[in-house]
Design a protein around this ligand. Sequence first.
Ligand SMILES: NC(=O)c1ccc[n+]([C@@H]2O[C@H](COP(=O)([O-])OP(=O)(O)OC[C@H]3O[C@@H](n4cnc5c(N)ncnc54)[C@H](O)[C@@H]3O)[C@@H](O)[C@H]2O)c1
Ligand SMILES: [Zn+2]
Ligand SMILES: [Zn+2]
Length: 361
Amino acid sequence: MSQEVRGIIAKSKGEPVSMETIVIPDPGPGEVVVAIQACGVCHTDLHYREGGINDDFPFLLGHEAAGLVESVGDGVTEVAPGDYVILNWRAVCGDCRACRRGEPQYCFDTHNATQKMTLTDGTELSPALGIGAFCDKTLVAAGQCTKVDSAAPATAAGLLGCGVMAGLGAVINTAEVTRGQSVAVFGCGGVGNAAIAGASLAGASTIIGIDIDDRKLEWAKGFGATHVCNSKETDPVEFVKSVTNGFGADVCIEAIGNPAVYKQAFEARDLAGTVVLVGVPRPEDMIELPFIELFGRGGSLKSSWYGDCLPSRDFPMLIDLYLQGRLDLDGFVSETIGLGDVEEAFHKMERGEVLRSVVVL
Ligand SMILES: NC(=O)c1ccc[n+]([C@@H]2O[C@H](COP(=O)([O-])OP(=O)(O)OC[C@H]3O[C@@H](n4cnc5c(N)ncnc54)[C@H](O)[C@@H]3O)[C@@H](O)[C@H]2O)c1
Ligand SMILES: [Zn+2]
Ligand SMILES: [Zn+2]
């Protein structure tokens, strides 16, 4: 028996989101229905709404969530009804060319539910990042559920499902930051501030937060930034050099998806340093860099998808750090909201008023 629940849909490009009745099929083989307890509003949800990811409207938005497994389909052994899980968008296949060469964090064929969730008229929905969790319940592949300690509240735990993992992992996994390094983070929203928290956990000694909004920079200090720069007022490249003995940072993280800011990150980096792109560019964006500088500065230019995380390895470990008081996930929760408040949360995000609005169900 399928069931009907409430969910938040983006029907067409730019149109405000709306609450609709969603039909959730019973879990088939390898599938799981999860009752969502909390789901953060990530900028990627807004990218979907604006047609910046693809044109597969209508989207069932929301992808940064934690909840309880309600029912499981045939052959599911990883989780059982009642398990407390964080949803992930990297259920690795174990069989693609990345998995086979021992790099499952790049898995090119991650699993999602096979059946479709629909509107009541049968219209098939595209769940954001294969999750769709601005919804009372959602249908995912079993591998998309990662069991964690239920002592962590869902408002905090769910954030590891996307933005916090993406920022933290960009620093710890992708850039492999270690003790004593300097890290500059461009864009201090939820993702950028998670990069700052990651740099602090990894023992970086100089951590520079850069944003155009002073509120974000205040939060950055709370997550461990040793220096902050409002790039509307101060040239960020000169600023980074001024606090790194004139050299630039070992690691520069771009957490906006803005080509002009990427260029700043490129220029603010020390010789042989690393630039990591975490922000999602728009399809029309282009970037031009002096070719000689690409060679002359050496080092590496990387992109980080989902913080190069392995959910089964990273989520339980980060929840342990949270429960020990060493990773402040609650600091990302600017407000808790209802399911009907997602559109307003997008506007608050655009106005820079929040790090994360978290829908509580
Ligand atoms: N790579 C991944 O796997 C992954 C995962 C999640 C999110 N993302 C992407 O990361 C980006 C950030 O997401 P978020 O949820 O933190 O968004 P956000 O809107 O909360 O944060 C963006 C921040 O950038 C700042 N900013 C905007 N323009 C700026 C400029 N010119 N110079 C300096 N700062 C500027 C804003 O003030 C804001 O603080 C988005 O593009 C999102 O899609 C990527
Ligand atoms: Zn794979
Ligand atoms: Zn996200």
